[in-house]
Ligand binder design. Structure first.
Ligand SMILES: C[S@@+](CC[C@H](N)C(=O)[O-])C[C@H]1O[C@@H](n2cnc3c(N)ncnc32)[C@H](O)[C@@H]1O
Length: 404
C-alpha cells in the first residue's frame, strides 16, 4: 500500500496539506472519509494495470456512486458552494430562455428533456414562466447521473411548484426517441476529458499512476500526431490540452434520440480555432474548491470540481454529421439580450416595488449573466434542430456560425 493511503489519519494529513497549499479551510471528517474511500477505489483500479487514462480518473473523481464530487451528498452548487451556474444565479436566465422553448414547442412537441439539472433551479423557474405564459409542456423529463442531485431536484420541485410535479419524470437513460427541447446548461463541461500534450513532433496522452506522495500524471505515446488533433502542427513543444471523446459520444446519442425539436447547449467553451490556439499552451482544465480556482485535478479527490471548456466546433460538426441543422451559435450575453433579458429584468423589478435591496440584487445578477469577463462572453449558446424549422430571436443580434 502506498504511503498516503496507509491509513485514514495519514490520508487526512495528505488532504490537509493540500488545503494549506491552496490557502482554503481544511476539509471536515465526513468529506475526508468519503475522499479516502474514493481514493482507495481509484487506487484499486490503478493497481490492476499500473495506470489508468486521465479521463477514467476524472470519471471516478466526479461520478463514483456515493463518493464522487457530483454523486456524494453535499451542497456544491450555488451561493456558498464551489461555483455558481446561471440558473443558480438568477431566475432571469430561465425566464428569458423560456421564449425559445415556446418557439420550438410550436414546431415540434411541448416537452422538455433536461440533462444534468443540478439543484433543479432551472426546471423550477422555466416551468413557472411557461405556466405564466400558458405554455406548459405536457412532460418535463430529467436525466441526471447523480442520485444525490436527483433527490435535491425532486425536493426543489415539490416545494416550489407542487401542482406541476406530475409533469416531471426522472429517467435512468436517454430515451431512444424524444420530440421537444433537449436542454443542457454546464453539463458538457463536466464530462470527463483526456489530457494530451505535444512532445517534439509526437503526441502523448496522460495516464494516472500512484506513488507514496499521491496520484501523479504519467505521459504515454499516443500515436500519430495528426490523428490526435489537426491543430497540433501549430503547437509548441510541451503544449498541453484536452480531448473530448466522451463529449462527442454523449452529443451523438442526444442528436440520434431527437426525432423533432431542438437541442440547446449552453456552456463555457470556444470554437476549435480559439480552443486550440497556439497561445493556449496549458489547455482549459480548471478545478474549483470553495470558489477557489486552480489547475491540479489530482488534488482533493471527490471534493473539488474538475471542468474543461467545450469545443463547440466539435459539437456542431457531430450534430451536423448526424442530420441536425445548426441554427445558431453565439455568446450567452448576446443570446440573452436578443431574447429580451433587459425587459424581463424590468418586469421582475416592477414586481418588487420599492424593495431597493432586491432591485440591486437584480442588477447584479444581470451584470454577471451579461458581463464579458463573467459568463456573458465565456459561455456560449449552441442550438441544433431536427425536423423543426425554427428561427430564434436569440440569434438576432449575432450568429457566429461561421466561427465554428
Ligand atoms: C456543473 S453541473 C450543472 C447543473 C445545472 N445544469 C446548472 O446549470 O446549474 C453539471 C450537472 O451535470 C450532471 N451530469 C454530468 N454528466 C452527466 C450525464 N452524462 N448525463 C446527465 N447529467 C450529467 C451533474 O451531475 C450535474 O448535475
Amino acid at each position: 500500500m502506498v504511503q498516503f493511503l496507509k491509513d485514514y489519519p495519514t490520508y487526512f494529513d495528505w488532504l490537509t496539506q493540500q488545503c494549506r497549499a491552496l490557502k482554503v479551510p481544511s476539509v471536515n471528517g465526513v468529506q475526508g472519509k468519503a475522499s479516502y474511500r474514493l481514493s482507495q477505489t481509484i487506487a484499486g483500479e490503478i493497481e490492476k494495470t499500473g495506470a489508468i487514462p486521465f479521463s477514467q480518473f476524472m470519471h471516478h473523481a466526479l461520478y463514483e456512486p456515493g463518493l464522487g464530487y457530483y454523486s456524494a451528498g453535499s451542497h456544491k452548487l450555488g451561493e456558498g458552494g464551489d461555483f455558481v451556474t446561471a440558473p443558480e444565479l438568477s431566475p432571469l436566465f430561465a425566464q428569458t430562455l423560456a421564449k425559445s422553448f415556446v418557439k420550438i414547442f410550436a414546431q415540434s412537441e411541448a416537452a422538455v428533456l433536461e440533462l444534468g439539472a443540478g439543484s433543479g433551479a432551472f426546471a423550477v423557474e422555466l416551468m413557472k414562466e411557461l405556466e405564466a405564459q400558458n405554455q406548459l409542456p405536457h412532460k418535463y423529463a430529467i436525466l441526471e447521473v447523480s442520485a444525490d442531485l436527483k433527490q435535491r431536484q425532486r425536493q426543489a420541485i415539490e416545494q416550489a411548484i407542487p401542482h406541476l410535479v406530475d409533469r416531471f419524470e426522472w429517467l435512468d437513460r436517454l430515451p431512444s426517441q424524444f420530440a421537444g427541447v433537449i436542454f443542457a446548461n454546464e453539463v458538457a463541461d463536466a464530462l470527463p476529458v483526456d489530457l494530451v500534450r505535444k512532445q517534439k513532433e509526437a503526441a502523448q496522452k496522460a495516464q494516472v499512476k500512484l506513488d507514496d506522495s499521491g496520484f501523479r500524471l504519467s505521459w504515454q505515446d499516443a500515436g500519430s500526431i495528426l490523428e490526435i488533433n489537426p491543430y497540433i502542427r501549430q503547437w509548441s513543444h510541451g503544449y498541453t490540452t484536452e480531448h473530448h471523446l466522451q463529449t462527442e459520444f454523449w452529443l451523438a446519442e442526444l442528436v440520434e434520440s431527437l426525432t423533432s425539436g431542438a437541442l440547446i447547449l449552453i456552456d463555457y467553451g470556444y470554437s476549435a480555432d480559439e480552443y486550440y490556439a497556439p497561445q493556449r499552451t496549458q489547455g482549459t482544465l480548471q478545478c474549483y474548491y470553495r470558489q477557489h480556482k486552480h489547475n491540479d485535478p489530482l488534488m482533493l479527490p471527490g471534493l473539488q470540481d474538475i471542468t474543461a471548456s467545450v469545443n463547440f466546433s466539435q459539437l456542431a460538426y457531430t450534430a451536423h454529421k448526424l442530420g441536425a441543422e445548426i441554427i445558431g451559435y453565439c455568446e450567452q450575453a448576446l443570446f440573452l439580450m436578443s431574447s429580451g433579458i433587459e425587459r424581463q429584468a424590468a418586469k421582475l423589478a416592477e414586481t418588487l416595488g420599492s424593495d431597493t435591496m432586491a432591485q440591486v440584487k437584480i442588477s447584479q445578477q444581470l451584470k454577471k449573466l451579461l458581463m464579458p469577463d463573467e459568463m456573458g462572453e465565456n459561455c456560449k449558446v449552441l442550438i441544433a434542430a431536427k425536423n423543426c424549422p425554427v428561427q430564434l430571436k436569440g440569434f438576432a443580434l449575432s450568429n457566429k456560425l461561421h466561427r465554428l
